[in-house]
Design a protein around this ligand. Structure first.
Ligand SMILES: [Zn+2]
Length: 463
């Protein structure tokens, strides 16, 4: 295995956060009734003409700038021709030779340096409609009695970001994917939620012998919509390809499906080449020429990007926590708590483990966190802080009893009442400690500070 190096590239698709579709004025409304957001353009009626969505172009350029891409002076929409029931035009409007965003890169901070993933291009296209397979048990076409098409999705603006095959492990690919997603979300380009289908990835995987130049045939795993499965599918592809190469079998460039149940990839269909799509410039649209002042304005308005923020937080909380905070979008909570006086690392841990709260509640929560409350009281405080203003005083009366003088007699009484268990503990079964802690908690109505109780118990039992 160690003789082989995985080579991974990702094509990430994100639904843009625009109010309307890419080439018509139909509203984007993911919850709307089927086929209620359509018009002659997105239903492909003859003679209907597309008009590009300016906001979609702006969002694409914004992300391109964040990825240090060269922004095209002149981008061309192209027709990608193929037939599918959810594509009534018989072609998808995409970008081919002249995308809006050319070469760029994403710098991913790591504990000991940085990983740089090259961006080949980021381009704008329209999504197809959605086919729903009805009547079967699995929702797939196999076993279905009918297939229905919902055109609400037809013409949804899609941003496709194509990376170089610069990643060499599932972990690297996931780090890239998470940081890219966070960047997309923070820029307001897309909600990028995999569960809702607004973010998907095609994963290209090949392997080569270490030290070998060039690339061997790759497998393309389409439409992945979970970080966990992306990681597993990459690992499965690497395993299967290494086994095939070592057995002298031919590895054919193809599209594959990942089956989570068997943790294996099976061939989907042989790969089409770009030539098969007969790309040509879309005659119904003029080229897009983004004005220099627009690009300048968008570049000037870019906020601090997630990668930079990880580096800013690193000295405060250490790299792993900084990276986790930023890639989960939790650092704002930590910042609020830290500003209210909570020590940074503690604030970061609370932010990772507790839900959202109203910013105005940060000082009250800081007071509550500093007061050594019972877990139950803390849960109540955070639950309330999510939706309404709270005052610390409402919770401070539930402070945990951490006073040794108050707890010591209780601890002694519990030990005296259970001589058999004390014997068991001293005989080596330290698990009995939990029983004693439980007894003390019962005596105090759950208010004893477990840390103090544990310490007092251990001291006494060690005598
Ligand atoms: Zn429409």
């Amino acid at each position: 295995m160690s003789d082989w190096q995985p080579v991974i590239g990702l094509e990430v698709h994100a639904h843009l956060k625009t109010r309307t579709k890419m080439f018509c004025r139909c509203e984007l409304d993911y919850g709307a009734h089927e086929n209620s957001r359509t018009c002659p353009v997105c239903l492909a009626h003859p003679g209907a003409l597309p008009v590009p969505n300016e906001r979609a172009i702006e969002l694409t350029i914004k992300l391109g700038l964040a990825l240090e891409c060269a922004i095209a002076k002149r981008a061309v929409f192209a027709r990608k021709n193929y037939f599918y029931p959810d594509l009534p035009k018989g072609y998808q409007i995409s970008q081919y030779e002249s995308p809006l965003c050319g070469r760029g890169r994403l710098v991913i901070p790591t504990e000991d340096g940085e990983e740089i993933v090259g961006i080949v291009r980021a381009h704008l296209e329209e999504d197809a409609a959605k086919t729903v397979h009805a009547g079967g048990a699995t929702g797939r076409s196999v076993g279905a009695t009918a297939s229905l098409v919902d055109f609400n999705r037809s013409g949804t603006p899609l941003l496709e970001i194509v990376s170089e095959p610069d990643m060499h492990s599932a972990d690297e690919a996931l780090r890239y994917m998470r940081l890219l997603r966070q960047t997309i979300v923070e820029l307001g380009v897309s909600d990028a939620e995999m569960e809702k289908g607004t973010l998907r990835a095609d994963v290209n995987v090949s392997v080569r012998r270490r030290g070998e130049d060039g690339l061997r045939p790759r497998w393309e795993i389409k439409n992945m919509n979970s970080f966990t499965f992306i990681g597993r599918a990459i690992e499965a592809a690497v395993r299967q390809q290494v086994a095939a190469h070592e057995a002298g079998e031919e590895v054919v460039q193809s599209t594959y499906d990942y089956d989570a149940d068997t943790d294996r990839l099976t061939v989907h269909r042989s790969k089409e080449e770009a030539d098969d799509y007969r790309y040509f410039p879309e005659p119904d649209l003029v080229p897009v020429e983004p004005p220099a002042e627009m690009v300048e304005r968008l570049g000037g308005a870019l906020p601090e990007l997630p990668g930079a923020r990880i580096r800013r937080l690193e000295p405060l909380v250490g790299f792993p926590l900084a990276s986790e905070l930023v890639s989960t979008g939790n650092e704002r909570k930590a910042e609020l708590l830290a500003a209210a006086g909570v020590e940074w690392r503690a604030a970061a841990n609370v932010a990772m483990n507790r839900g959202d709260f109203l910013p105005e509640n940060a000082p009250a929560l800081a007071a509550v966190l500093g007061a050594n409350l019972t877990r139950e009281a803390l849960d109540r405080a955070f639950a309330a802080a999510a939706t309404a203003s709270i005052t610390a005083d409402d919770y401070l009366s539930d402070a945990a009893v951490g006073d040794e003088a108050a707890l010591a007699p209780l601890v002694d009484a519990v030990l005296a009442a259970n001589p058999g268990q004390v014997e068991t503990y001293r005989g080596g079964k330290e698990g009995v400690l939990g029983f004693f802690v439980g007894q003390v908690m019962k005596e105090t109505g759950g208010k004893a500070d477990p840390k103090v109780v544990n310490r007092l118990l251990r001291e006494r039992l060690a005598r």
